[in-house]
Write a protein that binds this ligand. Structure first.
Ligand code: ATP
Length: 311
């Protein structure tokens, strides 16, 4: 028997009065993957997480989480298998980190000692007995993450988890998610900060105006767009060498400096062009950059913008 997906949304709609926050969203997140849920402010990311948690009911469609219905009779048991880090995590500032986490452990029906192990795991052991009011933003965020990890959840829902973390703490945070993934834990994390996230997630889902605009691996997203590959050429070549390329309407050439050219070519024409470049005189180095997450995001969120055009 194959395991139920961690999350299965089918035709989800959610209205708040006259406002449609989600519209016809279908998405399947298998177990043991890290997903980035991306979208502008108000795109519907938090609403989707609250539906998965069972804090909201869908207006239309069905939500299944780890094979169960989050608002059904199994809701309590399901909630214990989910860890949630809300966007604005609030603590009693006069408590120490340890006291706060033990309090959350009690609420989740977990032994207090679990809190101590988690403080180590998020590297807060040294500050565990300090009052939270003395914590930096990053320390509060890590305490929030420890709270989400109470009870060994199978699914983590993290709303903007890296806000307030410096680059080193961000790197450690993603390492922790990878370690958990190796144990089969699924993570859905939302973010509107794109730079760097593609290295850390297995797949992305892009929401815009309440609709699912795209989902899949970076390769799958690239394959669904006509965005060009960038080829950077360095070397010393005779004048006029690239005249044929410059006049090819499918290709766009930018000269960054003498002996440093960038060529934008549709993915389908990449290999032919590379063969031609390898055989050309004076080329010392060639590097290739496929479209990154920011270009893909812009493409799916603003399909009519000029960035969509293949030069
Ligand atoms: P952000 O990145 O700013 O957190 P988001 O993608 O998480 O945004 P949501 O919080 O899901 O977006 O909101 C989606 C839309 O639904 C917004 O227009 C928001 O104002 C609206 N909305 C969310 N919750 C409610 C509510 N309880 N009542 C009325 N409207 C709501």
């Amino acid at each position: 028997m194959t395991a139920a997906p961690a999350i299965a949304l089918e035709g989800i709609g959610r209205r708040f009065g006259a406002l449609t926050a989600l519209n016809g969203v279908s998405l399947t997140v298998p177990e043991g993957q890290i997903w980035g849920l991306l979208g502008h402010n108000g795109a519907g990311k938090t609403t989707m997480m609250k539906l998965v948690l069972g804090l909201l009911r869908p207006s239309t469609g069905t939500v299944r989480v780890l094979g169960l219905t989050p608002t059904g009779p199994e809701a309590g048991a399901l909630r214990r298998r989910i860890g949630y880090l809300p966007e604005a995590v609030a603590f009693y500032d006069d408590l120490s980190g340890r006291e706060a986490l033990r309090y959350f452990a009690r609420l989740k029906g977990r032994p207090a000692r679990e809190a101590d192990g988690l403080l180590e795991r998020v590297e807060l052991a040294a500050a565990a007995d300090r009052r939270i009011k003395t914590y930096s933003k990053g320390m509060r965020q890590r305490l929030g993450l420890a709270q989400a990890l109470l009870g060994d959840p199978r699914l983590l829902l993290l709303d903007e988890p890296t806000v307030g973390l410096d680059p080193i703490a961000t790197g450690r945070f993603y390492q922790l998610l990878r370690d958990l993934r190796d144990q089969g834990v699924t993570t859905l994390l939302s973010s509107h900060v794109l730079p760097g996230i593609e290295r850390h997630v297995d797949r992305v889902a892009i929401l815009g105006g309440g609709r699912l605009l795209a989902s899949g691996t970076m390769e799958e997203l690239r394959a669904a767009t006509p965005l060009p590959v960038s080829i950077r050429l360095c070397g010393t070549w005779p004048p006029g060498q690239w005249q044929d390329l410059v006049s090819d309407p499918r290709i766009s050439v930018r000269r960054h400096a003498a002996g440093d050219l960038e060529i934008l070519v549709p993915a389908g024409g990449k290999l032919d062009l590379l063969r031609q470049l390898m055989a050309a005189e004076g080329v010392a180095d060639i590097s290739l950059t496929p479209p990154g997450l920011e270009a893909l995001y812009a493409h799916f969120c603003h399909p009519d913008s000029p960035r969509r055009e293949t030069p």
